[in-house]
Design a protein around this ligand. Structure first.
Ligand code: SF4
Length: 452
């Protein structure tokens, strides 16, 4: 290993971290995963440089030549955009493969991969991209083990490291200049208040990667971090990127009470589950700064909700929407058509139900992107739609046998005609957001479609 510095008994390395994501729909998302890994490595006295492929200061080749890293880590946010109808599905595997080829052509140094996109299909991604190592799930602790193993020069037996948990006291290493670029482009900074997920949605592999229980950070730590973001970085709007903000344990209520009691004036949006939340809770969240809600509705009638293993009924969605309307809180719904147990009957029932979500924005996807370790993967195997040899690195979408995809899409288009708050196909939303950003709008943007 070249140019390693020794300080006391620690070997220090120069580590280049790269965020590979350049997909900006629905808005540019600051690479918070890379920032978390950077903080963890700096804590162990390594020298870290963060390189963002969306807003690079210079070419990767020049950066490597100047910084001369010993190790490179690449953060992969998504494998693709999960949109069956998109002309370009933003498949990230070739992007990462090309990055690695370029890195190795300058310096043949170890490259490791991590991030949510990598973690859902780790082994296949690693092989495809020709990376040396990978970290699955939260990487703050495992990256220390990986880096010290690389530096020790010993033969590393496993090339994929599973998560060893996270450090709840560690604040992400936010690059102020990079953050300004994201904020100027209309992006929002993500803040995580807990990891893991206690739900079991049929298409989602996140709980198998990040834990099947909610693991929350200290309320005071999060509020202190938000204050710091405001004072030192000028951040006034954030997105709580927890899988579900309104957990059933009441943590979100404690957090909001703390925000109010410390008089922190922050605006935030978050992902919600329509169950487990009372009008009083929602009022408290709004008082603490909640300005918009993204609801993981996923399906629009009880049959398809049940088939996706959602734990609520469509009536819960309507009740939640009505509370949002009463509190003048913009609310959006992500809904998938064509999945398990879909029939023409459920399509029509869902379209009729969506009409009842009067003031909400509804974004619709066609077909369910299948990932390993999910209920829908097992169902697709059982139904003979795919085999154990099917490589899910490339997008594969589950569609019910009882419908014709084009006919279903036509029914959706017909029903949504003339309604700006109904977004289908997803590329229509991308187009709309590009236009709004062109006019200087910032933030979520879908919330500007709602008038109270
Ligand atoms: S879709 Fe969201 S709520 Fe459902 S299991 Fe995944 S992370 Fe949890």
């Amino acid at each position: 290993m070249r140019e390693l510095e020794k300080r006391s008994n620690l070997i220090m390395a120069k580590i280049l971290l790269i965020s590979a994501n350049t997909y900006v729909y629905p808005y540019p998302v600051y690479p918070i995963g890379m920032a978390a890994i950077s903080a963890a490595l700096k804590k162990n006295n390594h020298t870290v440089l963060q390189y963002d492929c969306l807003f690079p200061n210079k070419s990767l080749r020049e950066t490597i030549a100047e910084f001369n890293p010993n190790i490179v880590g690449i953060s992969v946010r998504n494998i693709d955009n999960e949109d069956y109808l998109a002309a370009d599905n933003h498949w990230s595997c070739d992007v990462v493969k090309n990055l690695i080829r370029e890195i190795k052509s300058v310096n043949n140094i170890p490259v490791f991969l991590g991030g949510a996109g990598f973690s859902v299909v780790a082994e296949k991604f690693l092989d495809y991209a020709n990376a040396d190592f990978g970290i699955v799930g939260a990487g703050e602790k495992s990256v220390q083990v990986l880096v010290s193993n690389i530096l020790s020069g010993e033969n590393i037996k496993e090339n994929i490291f599973s998560s060893q948990g996270f450090d709840s006291a560690l604040e992400p290493d936010i690059d102020k200049n990079l953050l300004q670029k994201y904020m100027r482009s209309g992006g929002l900074l993500g803040v995580l208040t807990k990891r893991g997920c206690a739900y079991k949605c049929g298409y989602c592999s996140y709980p198998s990667i990040d834990g099947r229980k909610f693991a929350a950070f200290e309320v005071k730590t999060i509020v202190g971090y938000i204050k710091k973001l405001q004072q030192e970085m000028g951040v006034n709007e954030i997105f709580f990127t927890d899988s579900v903000f309104n957990d059933s344990c009441g943590y979100a209520c404690d957090l909001c009470r703390e925000i109010i009691s410390q008089n922190v004036k922050i605006k935030f949006a978050a992902y919600f589950n329509p169950a487990n939340v009372s009008f009083e809770d929602l009022k408290l969240f709004k008082e603490a700064g909640l300005f918009a809600v993204e609801l993981g509705t996923d399906a629009a009638c009880d049959t398809t909700l049940n088939a996706l293993k959602k734990t609520f009924k469509f009536d819960d969605v309507l009740k939640f929407q009505s509370m949002c309307d009463d509190l003048r809180l913009p609310c959006s719904h992500f809904i998938i058509f064509g999945g398990p147990d879909e029939t023409y009957g459920t399509i029509q029932e869902s379209l009729d139900n969506i009409k009842k979500i009067n003031n909400g924005v509804v974004m619709v996807f066609s077909g369910v992107r299948v990932h390993y370790n999910t209920e829908i993967y097992n169902r697709a195997l059982k139904e003979g739609k795919l085999t154990k040899d099917t490589n899910l690195l490339k997008p594969y979408y589950y569609f019910s046998d009882k419908i014709n995809i084009s006919k279903m899409n036509d029914m959706i288009l017909q029903s949504f005609k003339g309604n700006r708050k109904r977004i289908f196909p997803p590329e229509k939303g991308e187009e709309m957001m590009r236009t709004l950003r062109g006019f200087g709008y910032k933030g979520l943007l879908w919330d500007t479609l709602i008038k109270f």
